[in-house]
Design a binder for this molecule. Structure first.
Ligand code: SAM
Ligand code: SF4
Length: 328
């Protein structure tokens, strides 16, 4: 077992395999996109594999592949085949916007991908185009249907944005009535490539819950699995469940079990830090596994207590990076 300096177990790594994306979500990047890193600056598949093998030997057992849009990276399925084969990696999960995903769903099932988080902020095609600045709702919906058909557990991620999709909270929650899906509402964070969108966050977890309770007065709190970031709820009688993720209010740091590796191979021990170690540089300097391990353990022993401490320690205090470089 791997522990940090606050005695929190670490067993989960989130890998952003690219910062490139085929959508331009309002909350993630500006309309013109972000300045993508040069391809040679991305970790190669071989580097990712070496890193994940090492992390698995240290106690990491769960991997989430994210991005940018992971399916924009050439040959993503090849990487997924490799990762699902690494001894010690018990679970591989995926986060995707669903635009290019549907044709791969049968192989995702065959590989045993544990669950897929699908980003979908609205059920309205026009609003989808306004939020993502691309007309791709139908392909995303096809992915959703295919995941359900193949019995792959699906979580829908919806970022709640003031003045953009708050009318979608109840329709999205209504999906849980007939479908075995988890719909998670996420507080908007300032990782949009530009900085804050609002002077204060209007749609906090408390306000999202109040909106849900207006539509579903019988909504019940459910126990949260260990290390969950979402607060779980269910409407009695509904097949699926509902989560609220206080990503900006940061209520879940006390049980955080995750680390992140950005597309450029930067280690993040908190979502709100701006990178604590360049794993890519170490890999490319020819460091041995033991040397890499020593550097990783040193970073794990200096983890901030919570996202507020991480933010206060940033070398670049303004949060203006895009979530596409971090992976969510
Ligand atoms: N492109 C994939 C997708 O959209 O699912 C994977 C990467 S995306 C950066 C991962 C998650 O981060 C998505 O669920 C997205 O909704 C969420 N996200 C992006 N920007 C965010 C922000 N500013 N605040 C909260 N969540 C955000
Ligand atoms: Fe792309 Fe995902 Fe960011 Fe949307 S949230 S722009 S789909 S990386």
């Amino acid at each position: 077992m791997l522990f940090d300096n606050h005695q929190r177990p670490l067993n989960y790594v989130r890998l952003a395999v690219t910062d490139r994306c085929n959508l331009r979500c309002f909350y993630c990047m500006p309309e013109e996109g972000i300045r993508y890193v040069a391809k040679k600056e991305l970790l190669t598949f071989e580097e990712i594999e070496r890193l994940v093998r090492l992390l698995a030997s240290m106690g990491i057992s769960k991997v989430r592949v994210t991005g940018g849009e992971p399916f924009v990276r050439n040959d993503l399925m090849k990487l997924l085949r490799t990762l699902t084969d690494i001894p010690g990696i018990e679970q591989v999960h995926l986060t995707t916007n669903g635009v290019l995903t549907a044709p791969h769903v049968p192989e995702l099932k065959a590989l045993g991908i544990r669950s897929v988080n699908l980003s979908l902020d609205t059920l309205d095609k026009t609003r989808f185009r306004e939020i993502t600045r691309r007309d791709e709702f139908d392909r995303v919906w096809r992915t959703f249907e295919s995941l359900l058909e193949h019995d792959i557990p699906v979580k829908i991620n919806a970022v709640v944005m003031d003045g953009k999709n708050t009318d979608d909270i109840l329709p999205l929650a209504a999906l849980t009535r007939e479908l075995p899906v988890s719909v998670r509402f996420i507080e908007e964070m300032p990782f949009n490539g530009e900085g804050q969108h609002y002077p204060v966050l209007h749609w906090t977890h408390a306000r999202i819950l109040a909106a849900l309770k207006q539509g579903y007065p019988t909504l019940e709190r459910r126990p949260d699995p260990p290390h969950a970031t979402a607060m779980h709820y269910q409407v009695p009688g509904h097949l699926g469940d509902i989560g609220i993720i206080a990503a900006f209010s940061r209520t879940f740091c006390g049980t955080c079990n995750r680390i992140r590796v950005t597309a450029q191979g930067e280690l993040k021990t908190c979502l709100y830090d701006n990178g604590v170690l360049s794993l890519r540089d170490l890999l490319r300097m020819g460091k041995t596994d033991d040397e890499l391990k020593t550097s990783l353990l040193e970073s794990f022993s200096q983890r901030p207590r919570d996202g507020f401490e991480a933010e206060s320690r940033r070398t670049d205090p303004a949060i203006a990076e895009s979530m596409a470089t971090i992976g969510g």
